[in-house]
Design a binder for this molecule. Structure first.
Ligand code: PLP
Length: 439
């Protein structure tokens, strides 16, 4: 074993796979084995591996201005160009962008900006945030508290109360519906619960509701039709901001430009972006707020002298350059439109497994999907202990397919957006073999 403390890993475990290189949608290990990367790394390498344009962009930027910070308004053209291009493509009104390095730190930045904003407009008591069960929003102290998954909480003593984190239902009909409940009734019940929570806490104390339009790490939960319309109607009624965490669903992943578009979410007030923003060639994130919020924050910043929040690598020019090039390629090559077509095909092919004795639910949108395994198909009874997902992941890997076990008993698929129809067939064939070995 090396000296690495592996992230999100059972620390008792040994090293599992040593990758050496990648090309297109494939990666190769140190024994020369080839794998189809069915999870785009960690939901991020949208343009695949060894993209020469992105590599040349990084090299060029490194040799012109490898680093500069943005404190005090010190800036560079590539950062400004990226912010202009990004802001213009977002469904956030007159979006203003705070750059960071990861989805987690962007969510932390948002929590601080929410506090700053509500202090600025004279509503300091408006500070609680509603997050959902099974949400994933990152692992820094604040973003882990937003996350609704037990392993990210246990043994860490997170300050939920100090951060004002409230929890509401996960919108997963298959797992969360009561016996005999229709989808419409399910949506009615969980949005009623949301409204009751708001009333119990006091709407004047609640700043925002955060949601991944479609979840990732918790098993690709696609909420039933009408869910977000109801949620947004309630939030508007009580003057609570909608915060879309699009770290996975942003940039063509779900069959549209953003997950908010796919799920019919109207003008989010805040948006979190990372991963596919740079196709993962360099770490970069964006915490986006609507223009009105920014305007309100100007006055208190003048009083203090600064907006006292920033990272050494906020707006790192090399990350900015590769993100800008990534956005240009998305546009020039119609990557989102093509991914939407291939995504429909992936969903159709995965749906073929609905009758399989181990499969409880197949769900997803675009090039994001999950297959949930069950111990009893007719009752939906879950596997005890949840090791089935890890087992299936290993079995697929043996057949040359990398996927990811999520939420214990589901396998997630999130291939690079450049995957072709033929490569989807290959993915399905390898998955089928892995599933056969899991039986
Ligand atoms: N938000 C969502 C929806 C995510 O899926 C993730 C990571 O997977 C994060 C936030 C955290 O991002 P990072 O791992 O870059 O900190």
């Amino acid at each position: 074993m090396s000296a690495i403390i592996y992230p999100t890993t059972n620390l008792k475990a040994t090293e599992t796979l040593t990758l050496e290189r990648g090309d297109g949608v494939y990666v190769y290990d140190n024994n020369g084995n080839k794998y189809l990367e069915g999870l785009a790394g960690l939901w991020c390498t949208s343009l695949g591996y060894n993209n020469r344009e992105l590599i040349e962009t990084v090299n060029e930027q490194l040799s012109t201005l490898c680093y500069s910070h943005m404190f005090g308004g010190k800036t560079h053209q590539v950062g400004m160009d990226l912010s202009d291009k990004l802001s213009a493509m977002l469904p956030v009104n007159n979006g203003k962008i705070f750059f960071g390095n990861s989805g987690s730190d962007a969510n932390d930045s948002h929590i601080k900006m929410l506090r700053y904003y509500f202090n600025a407009i004279g509503k300091p008591e408006k500070r609680k945030i509603i997050s959902r069960e099974r949400a994933y929003h990152g692992v820094t102290v604040a973003s882990a508290a937003l996350t609704g998954l037990a392993p990210n909480h246990e043994h860490f003593d997170l300050p939920f109360e100090a951060l004002g984190i409230l929890r509401t239902d996960a919108p997963h009909y298959y797992r969360g519906a009561l016996k005999g409940e229709s989808e419409v009734q399910f949506v009615e019940r969980i949005t009623h619960n949301l409204e009751q929570l708001i009333l119990k806490e006091g709407p004047e104390t609640i700043a925002a509701f955060i949601a991944e339009p479609i979840t990732g790490a918790s098993g690709v939960i696609v909420p039933p039709k009408g869910y977000y319309e109801k949620v947004q109607a309630i939030l508007n009624k009580y003057d609570i901001l909608f915060w879309a965490d699009e770290v996975i669903t942003g940039f063509g992943r779900t069959g549209n430009d953003f997950g908010s578009t796919t799920m019919n979410i109207q003008s989010p007030d805040l948006m979190t972006l990372a991963k596919q923003l740079s196709s993962a060639y360099m770490p970069i994130s964006a915490a986006v707020i609507k223009g009105d919020m920014y305007e309100a924050m100007i006055e208190p910043s003048s009083q203090v002298g600064v907006f006292g929040h920033g990272y050494t690598y906020s707006g790192h020019p090399t990350a900015a350059a590769v993100a800008l090039k990534t956005l240009e390629i998305y546009e020039r090559d119609n990557v989102f439109e093509k991914a939407a077509d291939v995504g429909e095909y992936l969903q159709r092919r995965l749906a073929e497994f609905r009758d399989h004795p181990l499969v409880g639910e197949v769900r997803g949108a675009g090039l994001l999907a999950a297959v949930e395994f069950v111990a009893n198909k007719s009752t939906g009874e879950a596997f005890n202990g949840g090791a089935i997902g890890a087992y299936a992941q290993q079995a697929c890997q043996k057949h040359g397919l990398i996927t990811r076990s999520v939420a214990g008993s589901s396998l997630a698929f999130c291939p690079p957006l450049i995957i072709t129809l033929e490569q989807v067939d290959e993915l399905i064939e390898k998955f089928s073999k892995g599933l056969q070995d899991t039986l």
